[in-house]
Design a protein around this ligand. Structure first.
Ligand code: SF4
Length: 142
């Protein structure tokens, strides 16, 4: 892991974290990479269609460093966005810390290994990769 202070998430607020600590807070669950659609009543629904730049096999962004060039609509998560994006999953590490809640047991910062994420988040069985053939609105799951 990069330059992060020991147990930084227990003592620092989001706004106090270094960029390395901020990045380390993401557990790579990928749930924020699922397409959302806005319904007629303005509520937001989650679909099982994942961003075209997501690697379902390895369960992570296929090119995180260049994601904004590859997917211009990709959103950089910042403190002000964590505060207002109520569509982020309740398990999202940024939401948890923002709400002064502990990280979940499977978070790599708690478990000490990314192996704990293997059964969490997106899998090839239940989620599909965005493509030109897919109508995202037809795949609402929540
Ligand atoms: S939902 Fe939160 S923890 Fe999961 S990948 Fe997105 S930013 Fe990271």
């Amino acid at each position: 892991m990069k330059n992060v202070a020991k147990d930084f998430w227990k003592t620092k607020k989001l706004e106090e974290m270094t960029s390395d600590e901020w990045e380390a807070l993401c557990d790579n669950c990928g749930l924020c990479c699922l397409h959302r659609v806005i319904l007629d009543d303005d509520s937001i629904a989650m679909t099982c269609v994942v961003c075209k730049n997501y690697d379902l096999k390895n369960k992570r962004c296929a090119d995180y460093k260049n994601r904004f060039e590859i997917v211009p609509e990709c959103i950089k998560l910042t403190l002000d966005k964590v505060a207002i994006y109520d569509w982020l999953p309740s398990t999202c590490a940024y939401r948890l810390i923002y709400q002064n809640l502990p990280l979940l047991s499977w978070h790599p910062l708690i478990s000490g290994t990314i192996e704990s994420m293997l059964n969490i988040g997106l899998n090839e069985r239940d989620f599909i990769l965005e493509s030109d053939d897919i109508e995202i609105e037809d795949h609402i799951i929540d």
